[in-house]
Design a binder for this molecule. Structure first.
Ligand code: ADP
Ligand code: G6P
Length: 453
């Protein structure tokens, strides 16, 4: 008897994985489901053009169908840089004072979502399941429902959900919950985010749980659950173990390496970690020439003022620390602004004695999981992890720190430098087990099962 085809999965995200060999964790996670169901991934092409087509463009070359749309300069400004990254991003990361509220941002965001829904409509088929990713596309379900789409539609929020005080700083808090009420399933990274969603919806939109996972919102019922995202652990472990020697960073001194890998974003706590490192070098001169800090941070969203500010601040701090402590054969901080291929990153993680993940707020933080997966289990490094990363909810064997407290962070750096091998192995084994069990395939499977219910 032939198997019925799985219901087709349609993924919609702002960023479309393009390139000949898209290999991000999310792509790997969804590839099987997309391929086996004849599915399609729809997203922004990355091209900003004056007169974009109103039809989706096909991108052959992946194991599943990819279709893209272009944005006009005005949409890019109002929808992507504006409402998404100058209102929602700072708000969801606990920085409402960085919001740039302009009425045209909200209008542009709503219009872009309506246009994306229009472009998607002719490609939808009976039996599809639609999975919307992240904060750029909150209104999409409402727009699709208005066009008559009855398919199950789920949303997954990769970033934190704001509590009632921050939510109240939005220009349109009630509308946010109205948008969310049109989904069948809302996925969050952590219990904290689910709790913040429930509390904000209670206070600002009169919503509430009616049963275990079922939430009543604007007269509709929506399932709300936690699905902590993982990485493609097996692939990362293999890449790190196979990283060729020439890809590994060699130091002229015997310094142990401390590594940070982040987009250059104000949510990542990069100035805070630089200041903590400065304090460490001031307080423990014995560590001079014994520790070297590699910070890889490609700039992102450079047209937004707050991102220009963080670049200047971090460059200034790195320069000051090097000026204060460098010797003829030791550079305390190397600050690199470009992205690296994943196998090179994996090799660098493996060589680093300390992995520094110190965001002030973060949905999950995949770098924490990648660092753990990349370690040599017989002589692993130490993960220093902010209590404000979603990952801290489960990665409790890391050295958990408060990134706002330079003393706390400097103490953790010193502790990691002298931690015994048995203790490093014990902590790493426990962390690795979690990273392997709750990998990205587990995440997408669990989410899609819940959406299918
Ligand atoms: P965010 O999604 O906020 O950027 P995450 O830590 O969750 O933060 O995910 C970042 C992803 O981007 C990770 O998979 C990481 O390996 C990758 N990444 C970050 N910086 C670089 C870089 N310089 N080169 C290549 N990949 C990078
Ligand atoms: C975070 C967001 C993603 C976003 C990514 C890169 O991970 O959750 O939705 O794609 O940052 O940001 P960018 O603005 O370059 O897409």
């Amino acid at each position: 008897m032939s198997r019925l085809p799985e219901s087709r999965l349609v993924v919609v995200s702002n960023r479309l994985p393009l390139g000949d060999n898209p290999s991000g964790g999310l792509v790997v996670a969804l590839e099987d489901a997309l391929r086996s169901s004849g599915g399609v991934w729809v997203g922004f092409s990355g091209d900003v053009v004056d007169d974009p087509s109103d039809s989706l463009q096909d991108h052959p070359g992946a194991a599943f169908q990819r279709m893209s749309f272009d944005l006009t300069p005005q949409e890019h400004d109002e929808y992507y840089l504006g409402y998404s990254n100058s209102i929602l991003w700072p708000l969801c990361h606990g920085r409402p004072s960085l919001m740039q509220i302009r009425p045209e941002y909200l209008d542009g965001y709503a219009r872009a979502n309506a246009r994306i829904a229009q472009m998607l409509l002719p490609h939808l088929r009976p039996g599809d399941r639609i999975w919307v990713q992240d904060y750029h596309l909150f209104p999409l379900a409402k727009e699709l429902r208005a066009l008559g789409v009855t398919a199950p539609i789920g949303h997954f929020l990769h970033i934190p959900f704001p509590g009632p005080a921050d939510c109240g700083a939005l220009p349109n808090p009630a509308e946010l919950f109205d948008w969310l009420s049109y989904y069948d399933l809302l996925g969050f990274q952590t219990e904290r985010d689910l709790g913040a969603f429930a509390e904000s919806a209670r206070q600002l939109a009169d919503g509430d749980f009616v049963s275990d996972n079922l939430f009543q919102l604007s007269g509709r019922k929506v399932r709300a659950q936690v699905f902590p995202i993982g990485i493609d652990a097996a692939a990362f472990m293999a890449e790190a173990a196979e990283a060729p020697d020439e890809d590994r960073m060699r130091s002229l001194t015997q310094a142990k390496m401390m590594i940070g890998v982040d987009r250059l974003d104000y949510s990542k706590g990069i100035p805070q970690r630089f200041r903590a490192y400065q304090l460490l070098l001031e307080k423990i001169p014995d560590l001079h020439e014994k520790i070297s800090f590699l910070q890889i941070a490609p700039p992102t969203r450079g047209a937004v003022d707050a991102y220009q500010d963080i670049r200047e601040e971090t460059e200034h701090l790195a320069g000051r620390i090097n000026g204060q402590f460098a010797t003829l054969n030791w550079t305390p901080i190397r600050f690199i602004h470009r992205p690296f291929p994943r196998p090179v990153l994996a090799g660098l993680y493996r060589q680093a004695r300390i992995g520094l993940v110190t965001p002030l707020a973060d949905g999950m933080n995949l770098v924490a999981k990648e660092y753990v997966a990349a370690q040599d289990p017989t002589d692993p490094g130490v993960l220093i992890l902010s209590r404000f990363a979603g990952a801290a909810e489960t990665m409790t064997e890391a050295l958990i720190i408060n990134p706002h407290d330079p003393h706390d962070l400097a103490v953790a750096m010193a502790q990691a430098m002298r931690m015994s091998q048995p203790e490093r192995r014990d902590r790493h084994a426990a962390l690795l087990e979690g990273v392997q069990t709750h990998d990205v395939a587990w995440w997408s499977r669990t989410y899609l099962e819940a959406l299918g219910r």
